[in-house]
Design a protein around this ligand. Structure first.
Ligand SMILES: [Zn+2]
Length: 174
């Protein structure tokens, strides 16, 4: 029997964090690795692993790739495919805007025990968000916060009986 952490505590913790993030209304922009899709506009050269430099005659109807409509654009053989710039693949940026709060901004050892992550180094900040955003922070390429670019150093899930928050150390890019 768990007497100290009841489901009521769990619920309170859960709703408090969610409400706090909502009230603060501060957001970070998490940039993920781009999605790579084979270009529909040109024919693929499997040996060279790039565009063959020829228009795909079967591409007639515009298609939507990750929310972006791509229409057929025929091109002469002397030119590069205008859709993929001759790469054969289309790379699309993936970014996710998520709510956060700043946990601790400290470079001193006295505050080490305040965070489950440990000692912060110069230029590092701790941000807290909901556990459901863990996968974005964990898989991030970089993070934009207040116009400043950061890279994730570590991301962990934390909570009471089950993970509720994601705590992450971000390092300011030089
Ligand atoms: Zn192409």
């Amino acid at each position: 029997m768990k007497k100290f952490v009841t489901s009521e505590h769990q619920r309170l913790f859960d709703t408090s964090i969610k409400q706090l993030l909502k009230d603060l209304n501060t957001k970070i922009e998490v940039h993920m690795p781009p999605t790579v899709t084979r270009c529909p506009n040109c024919l693929w050269d499997d040996a060279k692993k790039t565009s063959s430099g020829s228009f795909n005659p079967k591409f007639i109807t515009p298609i939507v790739i990750n929310g972006v409509t791509i229409s057929p654009k025929s091109f002469s053989k002397a030119l590069r495919c205008p859709v993929c710039s001759g790469k054969g693949n289309i790379e699309q940026e993936v970014k996710k805007v998520i709510p956060y709060m700043t946990e601790t901004i400290s470079t001193t050892s006295e505050n080490t025990d305040l965070t489950p992550i440990g000692l912060l180094e110069s230029g590092e900040i701790v941000v807290k968000t909901l556990a459901k955003y863990y996968r974005y922070l964990e898989g991030s390429v970089f993070i934009m916060k207040d116009g400043i670019r950061y890279t994730k150093r570590v991301a962990i899930k934390d909570g009471l009986k089950k993970p509720i928050v994601c705590i992450s150390v971000l390092r300011r890019d030089k």
